[in-house]
Design a binder for this molecule. Structure first.
Ligand code: FMN
Length: 459
């Protein structure tokens, strides 16, 4: 590792993988052009890291699509292909304490009071249906009342005034809990929003870690060295020393701010929001900062960033308790709501146990499907085939109602209360159909002819 900054990562990655980075030299607008480029490339099956040095109205380069490819996330973690989840779990388990520095790149420029104008920041409008330009990569750092344990979580934010943001805490995770604690003791909650940092810090921030686990220490585990931090001037919150931009401020639990609609991971525009306000008192920036955006909607980037730590955690938990579990996959088609689990069932009912475990542990999941280990869970088509041929609705389906789920599921009520469905598409002990087969000799002929297109013509 040659540095803990995003720009260190970009420099090294571009040298090592030039084909996986695309710099768009043409001038583009802040208004939807960048989302459109990401969508068009994705339609062609391309998910490069994207750099936009010429964005009209932006005083700096915009970098996006960092997490759009699972192969790129593997490389960030130094994982062999196919070893993404094991590697993440292994590194995250090596969480380490932060190293506090007196200063760092992000203290290069510090503005407070009248010198702050958040409208100067180059926010992107992602979708025509959005309220307006949004910060999508903002990671909120907060600490408990003793100033000890910290929490990291992403919160979409819109600029409401020169010194305030409207934001949403709809996932009601640890930041929500810290805010409720602050409200109960009549305090405003100090926060710092990190916009742009090393991708491994960004990955750690999306983990739904237990309340007493500080994701900044997980970031150290992923980086393989303590995360270097500096304290924010007013509240002394510890933020990465190599951040691009940090906004320091407070959330007043009693204050309300208009926020949303915004294009969400469901693929729908959502105005479901807790409508919180962050009052900003300090802006810290490194000299020559770039602007990091996370593509919104049900983009590969948004979905991968949210689910890689979750998949890794679920696989570890399931395998620990249910050794027959072989793998877990959250398909893009299901946004954050579907999961496929492959099971090598040794005792009847083990697949169902794993399904119930998933539904209990992951609050976003709505439909989970179990298949046998020979079915490719990374393929929707293979899983749907297993469902078509192994599954009997009256026998193999479990529905549980009235559970807390995602408020962003447009089919659920506004709080996200949902029912959940488990589908056991494993063959089970009484299944006696014979899979079709082709002899090895015929396959060899087939391979030869397929490899040599002239073979078709020669007959
Ligand atoms: C790209 C991205 C954007 C997110 N945006 C929001 C958001 O706007 N509001 C929110 O409440 N949660 C959002 N989340 C989910 C939280 O970050 C996530 O639930 C949080 O990390 C939970 O961790 P915690 O319980 O440790 O706080 C987002 C997640 C990702 C990956």
């Amino acid at each position: 590792m040659t540095g803990q900054g995003l720009q260190d990562f970009l420099r090294d990655y571009e040298v090592a993988h030039p084909d996986d980075v695309r710099t768009v030299d043409r001038e583009v607008s802040l208004d939807q052009d960048i989302t459109a480029v990401v969508w068009e490339l994705a339609d062609r099956g391309e998910h490069p890291l994207l750099r936009f040095p010429c964005v009209k109205g932006a005083d700096r380069e915009v970098v996006t699509n960092l997490f759009a490819s699972r192969a790129r996330i593997e490389r960030m973690l130094g994982a062999h292909p196919g070893e993404l989840h094991n590697r993440y779990q292994h590194l995250a388990a090596g969480a380490m304490e932060m190293a506090e520095l007196d200063g760092g790149p992000v203290t290069g420029r510090v503005d407070a009071g009248d010198r702050i104008d958040l409208f100067d920041l180059p926010l992107l409008t992602h979708f025509a249906t959005d309220l307006g330009p949004y910060i999508t990569s903002g990671i909120v750092v907060a600490e408990d009342a003793t100033g000890g344990r910290g929490n990291l979580s992403y919160h979409r934010s819109v600029v409401a005034s020169a010194t305030s943001l409207g934001t949403s805490l709809h996932s009601r995770g640890d930041l929500w809990r810290l805010l409720q604690d602050a409200a109960a003791s009549g305090r405003r909650l100090p926060v710092a929003m990190v916009i742009g940092a090393h991708p491994l810090f960004m990955l750690a921030a999306s983990a739904r870690a237990p309340f007493d686990v500080d994701e900044r220490e997980i970031a150290g585990g992923l980086l393989g060295e303590p995360l270097e931090v500096v304290r924010t001037p007013r509240h002394g919150l510890r933020v990465p020393a190599s951040s691009e931009v940090v906004l320091e401020g407070e959330i007043d639990p009693a204050a309300d701010e208009d926020e949303g609609p915004f294009g969400e991971f469901s693929g729908y525009s959502s105005d479901r929001s807790t409508r919180n306000r962050i009052d900003v008192c300090t802006v810290m920036q490194r000299k020559g900062a770039v602007w990091v955006d996370v593509v919104g909607g049900n983009s590969h980037e948004h979905l991968n960033l949210g689910r890689v730590p979750r998949e890794a955690e679920m696989i570890a938990k399931l395998k620990d308790r249910f050794p027959s579990v072989v793998g877990v996959h959250y398909p893009n088609s299901g946004t954050h709501f579907h999961c496929y689990v492959a099971v090598d069932e040794r005792r009847v009912g083990e697949a169902r146990q794993a399904l119930l475990g998933l539904l209990g542990w992951d609050p976003y999941l709505k439909t989970v499907v179990a298949v046998d280990a020979d079915v490719d869970i990374t393929s929707d088509e293979a899983v749907l085939w297993a469902l078509a041929t192994h599954f009997q609705p009256a026998r193999d389906m479990m529905v549980i109602d009235g559970l807390p789920g995602s408020a962003l599921d447009p089919s659920a009520d506004k709080l996200g209360t949902t029912s959940r469905l488990a589908l056991d598409a494993t063959r089970g002990p009484d299944f006696d159909a014979q899979r079709i087969q082709i002899s090895e000799a015929a396959r060899a002929v087939g391979r030869e002819i397929a490899a040599d297109r002239a073979g078709d013509l020669d007959g």
